[in-house]
Design a binder for this molecule. Sequence first.
Ligand code: XIL
Length: 733
Amino acid sequence: MKKRFFTGLVLVCMSILPTMAQWGRPVDYSAGPGLKDAYKDYFTIGVAVNKTNISDPAQTAIIKKQFNSVTAENAWKPGEIHPKEGVWNFGLADSIANFCRENGIKMRGHCLCWHSQFADWMFTDKKGKPVKKEVFYQRLREHIHTVVNRYKDVVYAWDVVNEAMADDGRPFEFVNGKMVPASPYRQSRHFKLCGDEFIAKAFEFAREADPTGVLIYNDYSCVDNGKRERIYNMVKKMKDAGVPIDGIGMQGHYNIYFPDEEQLEKAINRFKEIVNIIHITELDLRTNTESGGQLMFARGEAKPQAPYIGTLQEDQYARLFKVFRKHADVIKNVTFWNLSDKDSWLGVNNHPLPFDENFKAKRSLQIIREFDAAADKRVPKDDWVPNPMNQPGQEYPQVNSEGFARFRVVAPDAKSVIVSLGLGGRGGTVLRKDKNGVWTGTTEGPMDPGFHYYHLTIDGGVFNDPGTHNYFGSCRWESGIEIPAPDQDFYAWRKDIPHGNIQQVNFWSESTGKMQTANVYLPSGYGKLVKGKNGKLTQERYPVLYLQHGWGENETSWPVQGKAGIIMDNLIADGKIKPFIVVMAYGLTNDFKFGTIGKFTAEEFEKLLIDELMPVIDKQFLTKPDKWNRALAGLSMGGMETKLITLRRPEVFGYWGLLSGGQYAPDEIKDPKVVKYIFEGCGDKENPDGINKSVADLKAAGYNAEGLISEGTAHEFLTWRRCLYQMAQSLFK
Ligand code: XIL
């Protein structure tokens, strides 16, 4: 029995915390198809590799599963493969090509002509004197032909020229003492010797050597307005002149804040005007505000990534890939620059990639992979109204009839604002700042109906949303939002019926050495005179339901977000139940720390409830103080308490209810006569099979048991409101 009970505890606990994974159980974010398979209808997915990546079996396994395009990170660069005239380092370059040949993976050839990591010997003669451009072209041609011919069997696209355009931020320059508009070209040795003709030549040489390969001009910061236009102008000019440029490579060294979708789309759309092939050639997302392809960047302090930074990165990856998918008509490849954070040229502490420093997949990988193609096109219905839980006069947050929620937070100098509410286990909804410094954002899809706690994370600090009221949950006052539910009438205020009231009872608890609080619902008409058994008028007495909240909540949770009083009023007014009292006490559950769940016995609360609170209630209120007029029920942790206490003290309570709080097994109770009614319920997104089985077993063993599976809900208050509504109708009969 002990063992079964313990398993029960663990099960309850798992349902209390859907994110339990973060509490120790590791999640394999790489489970499921590889990225290449998830994106087979869109574009190929690539990775830049180094020597270890292609020799360590664990790493090759990742490459083979996830990617169908490979770029040599450094091994094919002119300075590496061809460091001196007549000297060729084919070793590593061949290993990478052979790895790809053996595994049927096609390659991007990176890169044939670049100012950095270049074969600078091409610019000088044996005596160190500068050579004429004709000599340079001859050497470049020989280089390109050699590399292309050696590898073209395995290569589908070449980065022919890399980074030939100047960066933003230098509109003018001094030439011969005169200020003139700055050159659009990078002032490389190539440019200084040949002007932009070297670009045309490189493409011509590549085309000669590989008549069918895709020839790409590759550069970084393509989303910067100035650089975008410089690249556009250059490629257009070249193409107009017949230079064989097939496509543009947008490197994609971005960060978690930049670019936004609009800026990225601007570049893609602009390039679409002149090419029909775009590759995202070097994607990584720094966790600081830097971007671009310069070799100057902060490698970051050696510290683990804060969770909110992880959320921002996941969100940014999700947004970028959504844009890439939208433009899959031109985007033919997306390549990550490096396999893991450990390999990243940005340093491990920038955490830029979907695999961490131990080659473990991050949630980013899952988020990139598990996109919802239908959601890509979905636009929420424009029938927004302020959330019913808003503070007076507050327009935001808002909800629409489909269950989307949208948020608005004014925080002009903040760097990031995240709303903890979101779909699919993501860290929430990341807001983006508009031009007025106002942060806005909409949930990715419809939320479950009913009440949700949430908060804001602004630059890593946790705050409440000033738009809404606060509700006690997660051991703190949280913001709350109410998504319209199809059956919301059963917990809606009605003007045409009598209303009960909720009183606060404060009492001294000897066992805890503190004043404690309970809220007590008294039905309308409480205190009225009725004829007693002896025919004399006497005040009516009522049965009592003790109704417990969950972990992180308190005695206000049922009356406020649980809407217990409204539900009771409506049931009574509709003649569905005879009036009874509901006592909602603080269950001390917040003093219980996670990690000690195996030791949780609810003994402290049992003492407080039965020895201290109950006498106060029976003294102060018109109760029927006996077992067959007393029920105990609770949600989540309150359900655990209910189960523990009812089994230990069956003489106290005649009706038992577990709301997302576990199940009873017949052999735990042993005697159907000790309990008149057992209720068990949960959301259909929790553990409905467990509830259904338990209720069936109880019934078969002769217990009066009833179950409820709440449609479309999880471990949240709409489940429990529905449970209360259902359970109340069978109590005290
Ligand atoms: C980087 C490599 O990742 C580093 O190992 C090397 O030290 C410098 O170059 N743009 C490019 C890539 O086109 O070739 C660069 O790769 C990153 C910026």
